[in-house]
Design a protein around this ligand. Structure first.
Ligand SMILES: [Zn+2]
Length: 182
């Protein structure tokens, strides 16, 4: 399967709200091919998530998976709705395949409810927390034209990867593999 090109910040697709997929079209070969391509592109790019606007498609679809720890199995979510399950916010590092090489501290809800459809059009309704909740919120934002920079409360934590690794990731911070990059 061909890899899709990941568009970078400045491409209008990243600032355009994606459109819901008509449920009867989820089984269409074009949409199924898009999902397969997104999964492969995410793996090849060593990301833990990817949203359709990042490959220039305006469909409300995102995929995510993490080798861990914590291991998160592959998820495909179509037409998602996200509902925070707690009022508080937790800060952790994020990066984005569409904003290469940068990391920043981003506040996210530690627990969210995910509703939507899977790639067969079956209803999804589940609650995620921690790292998975962070990934889901990052990818959901992409479907609304929002990137992690928009969510940062203080741009002073913004760093290039090498400098972040050298100066900012201490023993108390998550392993590099656990940093949400989608
Ligand atoms: Zn991203």
């Amino acid at each position: 399967m061909p890899l899709r090109t990941i568009v970078r910040l400045g491409h209008p697709a990243l600032r355009t709200p994606a459109l819901p997929v008509p449920p009867e079209r989820i089984g269409d070969p074009e949409l199924q091919a898009l999902i397969d391509d997104m999964i492969e592109t995410m793996h090849e790019s060593h990301g833990v998530g990817l949203a359709a606007p990042q490959v220039g498609e305006e469909a409300q679809v995102f995929v995510y998976q993490a080798a861990g720890p914590p291991e998160i199995p592959l998820h495909v979510v179509v037409n998602p709705m996200i509902t925070p399950q707690a009022r508080e916010l937790a800060y952790d590092w994020e990066g984005c395949l569409s904003i290469p090489d940068l990391r920043g501290l981003v506040p996210r809800h530690p627990k969210v409810r995910v509703q939507g459809l899977d790639r067969e059009g079956r209803p999804l309704d589940y609650v995620v927390s921690g790292f998975e909740a962070r990934i889901v919120q990052h990818e959901f934002d992409h479907l609304n034209g929002i990137v992690f920079l928009d969510r940062m409360r203080d741009l002073r934590s913004l760093a290039f990867f090498d400098e972040w690794e050298a100066y900012l990731v201490g023993g108390s911070q998550p392993d590099l593999d656990e940093t949400a990059v989608g």
